[in-house]
Design a protein around this ligand. Structure first.
Ligand code: SF4
Length: 228
């Protein structure tokens, strides 16, 4: 099938929030100049970005949904996409530029950690820019997101189909998939944005304890109704 044109979205200039970063890394006052210097360097080279396209659902079966000719095997994804015919597959990344910059801190565990936190912040900016662009261009209203590998029902191996749907993500935004289905740069995220009237959130169906990224509490009733 001939895929529709996709869209590259760049979150530039990237202006890291120094106060948030300092709180996130529990910065001691005497460490501030060192972190400020790193933030300045990062801002000078960073180009967080995302790529997405508009795609259409062609078929749904028990635990399968076919999007633009590519099949995804997930009961939950199929359930979540029951009320829509249009979705937005995407990949967002901190960018190769920051990944290369961060390599210069490999010798120092503390600086390496700070570089990681700066790259995560860049990834958040890329995701925010992506969501704004989808709303501005397509007005889908309220949306939610599912990501391969975030729940056992939609395993990481389905990254292969998602990257097929996205086309050449390496060329468009510099993200490539390894044989183990990890993305390079590591500070990247991929998934499918879909319109919804519910408050769907992966975390409500995820049993992982003490996850620093949790955005909603585990919901046992929802889990039993969707996955039990
Ligand atoms: S709780 Fe953590 S691991 Fe589970 S879906 Fe949310 S962010 Fe992902």
């Amino acid at each position: 099938m001939l895929l529709a044109e996709g869209y590259v979205v760049k979150a530039v200039p990237f202006v890291p929030d120094m106060a948030k970063l300092a709180a996130r890394v529990h910065l001691a006052p005497e460490q501030r100049p060192e972190l400020e210097k790193m933030v300045e360097q990062a801002a000078a080279v960073a180009c967080p970005k995302a790529f997405y396209r508009e795609s259409f659902i062609e078929k749904r079966e028990e635990a399968l949904v076919v999007v633009d000719g590519i099949g995804f095997n997930s009961r939950l994804l199929k359930t979540n996409l029951e009320q829509t015919y249009r979705v937005f597959p995407y990949v967002a990344t901190c960018g190769l530029e920051l990944m290369e910059w961060a390599k210069s801190f490999n010798e120092d565990p503390l600086q390496q950690y700070w570089a990681d936190v700066i790259m995560e912040s860049a990834l958040r900016e890329a995701t925010r820019a992506l969501e704004q662009d989808v709303q501005a261009r397509f007005s889908p209203g309220k949306t939610a997101t599912m990501n391969p590998g975030s729940l056992p029902d939609w395993p990481l191996s389905e990254q292969k189909q998602l990257f097929s749907l996205l086309g050449d993500a390496d060329r468009t935004v510099g993200v490539r998939l390894t044989e183990d289905y990890l993305m390079i740069p590591l500070k990247s995220v991929s998934g499918i944005i879909f319109p919804t009237k519910t408050d769907y959130n992966n975390c409500r169906l995820c049993r992982r304890e003490n996850c620093p990224g949790r955005r909603a509490p585990f919901d046992p009733e929802l889990y039993a109704s969707r996955l039990g």
